[in-house]
Design a protein around this ligand. Structure first.
Ligand code: GH3
Ligand code: MG
Ligand code: MG
Ligand code: MG
Length: 297
C-alpha cells in the first residue's frame, strides 16, 4: 500500500468491484469486500478513510450494512458513499438520512466517481487538519489541554466499565521562572520542548496520553496502570530530565528538574475525575514543598 488514503469498496458483484478499483487505484489504496458482512469485518480490520457501499446485496443489504457500521464506535465516523442502481428519491433520502455522505447512482461513470471521491477525501483531509489544530500544542507537539479533558472523560468511563485502575500524573518544571529570567523566553521554550520529548518517550503504553496542561505544567493519563508502575515511570522521567543537565543557574550549578504528583483510582459511579486531578495536584504541591525534583503520591 502506498497512497495516503484507503477506500473500502463493498459490492456483491465482482465486476463492479473491479471497475471501481480501476477508476480509483491510482489515487487511493483499494480494499474490496463482496458482501455487507465482509465489508463490516474489513472496515474494523483496516480502518479505511472512506467506504463506497452498494445497496442491493443478498443477505445484508447496503442500508443494513450502514446501520451496522454506525453502531460501532470504531467505524461510525468513517464516511460512507452509496453507489447504487436504486435511482428513486425515496431510497436516496433513506441513504442520506442513515448518515451517508453522498449517494451516487449507477451506472458507474468514471469521471463522477473520481470527482466525488476526490471531494470527500479533500473534506476528510481538512477535517483532520482541524482536528490536529484543535488538539495539539504547537510548541511541544504534545496533546493540548482540550485533548486531555476529552481523553480523561473517556478513559474514566472505560476504566469504570472494565474495573481497572487509572493513574494520573501532574508534572511541573521546577524554578522555571528563574530559568526564563536568566536565559530568556526563547531558551525556556526549548527546555519545554526537551522536557516534552522525555515525557512523550516514556508514556507510550497502549492508551497513555501525555498533554501540556498549560504553561510549564504537563499531565499524563495512564489507563490500566497501578500506582507503583506510575511512580516508576514518573521517576524515570525525573531522572532523564536531570540527566540532560540543562544549566539553570550558572553560579550555583543548578540544573533544570521536574516535580510530579501521582494519584490512582479504580473509578466507581460515586467518584469524580476532577477529584483524581485534585489529588495528583495536591501530591505535586507536596513534591514542591519537600524540595522539588521528586514525585509524591
Ligand atoms: P516552581 O518550582 O514552584 O514550579 O516555580 P516556577 O518558577 O517553575 O513556577 P512559576 O509558576 O512561578 O513560574 C512558571 C514560569 O513558567 C513562569 C512563566 O514565565 C513560565 N512559562 C509558562 N509558559 C511558558 C512558555 O510557554 N514558554 C516559556 N519560555 N516560559 C513559560
Ligand atoms: Mg449489488
Ligand atoms: Mg514550575
Ligand atoms: Mg507551574
Amino acid at each position: 500500500m502506498s497512497n495516503s488514503f484507503s477506500v473500502l469498496v463493498i459490492d456483491d458483484e465482482m465486476i463492479n468491484l473491479q471497475i471501481i478499483s480501476d477508476i480509483l487505484c491510482d489515487e487511493v489504496d483499494i480494499i474490496m469486500a463482496k458482501s455487507g458482512e465482509q465489508g463490516v469485518r474489513k472496515a474494523l480490520e483496516f480502518s479505511p478513510d472512506l467506504i463506497l457501499l452498494d445497496v442491493i446485496m443478498p443477505d445484508m443489504d447496503g442500508f443494513d450494512t450502514m446501520k451496522k457500521l454506525s453502531q460501532d464506535a470504531r467505524t461510525c465516523d468513517i464516511p460512507v458513499i452509496f453507489i447504487t442502481a436504486l435511482n428513486d428519491i425515496d431510497n436516496e433520502e433513506k441513504g442520506l438520512l442513515l448518515g451517508a455522505s453522498d449517494y451516487i447512482q449507477k451506472p458507474i461513470h468514471a469521471s463522477i466517481i473520481k470527482a466525488r471521491v476526490a471531494l470527500h477525501l479533500k473534506l476528510i483531509n481538512q477535517h483532520r487538519i482541524l482536528e490536529r489544530l484543535s488538539t495539539i500544542d504547537p510548541l511541544t507537539s504534545l496533546a493540548n489541554r482540550r485533548k486531555y479533558e476529552e481523553t480523561i472523560r473517556s478513559e474514566w468511563t472505560l476504566m469504570e466499565e472494565l474495573n481497572q485502575t487509572l493513574s494520573l500524573a501532574v508534572i511541573d518544571i521546577d524554578n522555571f521562572k528563574q530559568y526564563n529570567d536568566l536565559y530568556g523566553h526563547a531558551a525556556g521554550d526549548i527546555v519545554l520542548q526537551r522536557v516534552a520529548t522525555v515525557l512523550a518517550n516514556n508514556f507510550i503504553k497502549n492508551r497513555d496520553l501525555v498533554a501540556r496542561y498549560g504553561g510549564e505544567e504537563f499531565v499524563a493519563i495512564m489507563p490500566n496502570t497501578l500506582k507503583e508502575e506510575a511512580l516508576y515511570r514518573i521517576n524515570k522521567c525525573i531522572s532523564e530530565v536531570q540527566d540532560m543537565a540543562i544549566a539553570c543557574n550558572k553560579k550555583d550549578k543548578n540544573i533544570v528538574t521536574i516535580s510530579a504528583g501521582v494519584a490512582s483510582i479504580a473509578p466507581t459511579r460515586d467518584d469524580r475525575f476532577e477529584d483524581l486531578f485534585a489529588a495528583a495536584d495536591k501530591a505535586l504541591y507536596m513534591a514542591k514543598t519537600s524540595g522539588k525534583n521528586q514525585v509524591k503520591c
